[in-house]
Design a protein. Structure first.
Length: 86
């Protein structure tokens, strides 16, 4: 896979994760599933939010590392240009 495809996949994972977290919070605030279903409802909502957070974290870490790598490349190239001019 190319770097662009992996970045796109990570953005998709972040989007899906955010949607799952929002759905979980919506179930907490706007429904009474956790009351009607008891512990099963609580586990269902916690599972939805947990899966959403699980999808968010690796994607954010990967994209942060890519951003740092790209900034290092730009910094090194600007330093090399200054050395060549002097």
């Amino acid at each position: 896979m190319t770097e662009n495809k992996i970045n796109f996949l990570m953005y998709v994972l972040i989007t899906i994760g955010l949607i799952l977290v929002i759905i979980g919070l919506g179930l907490i605030f706007f429904t009474d599933i956790y009351i009607k279903n008891g512990t099963g409802g609580v586990f269902l909502i916690a599972g939805i939010i947990g899966v959403g957070l699980f999808l968010l974290l690796p994607a954010k870490i990967y994209l942060t590392l890519q951003l740092m790598k790209n900034n290092d490349k730009k910094l090194k190239s600007s330093i090399n240009k200054k050395d060549i001019e002097n």
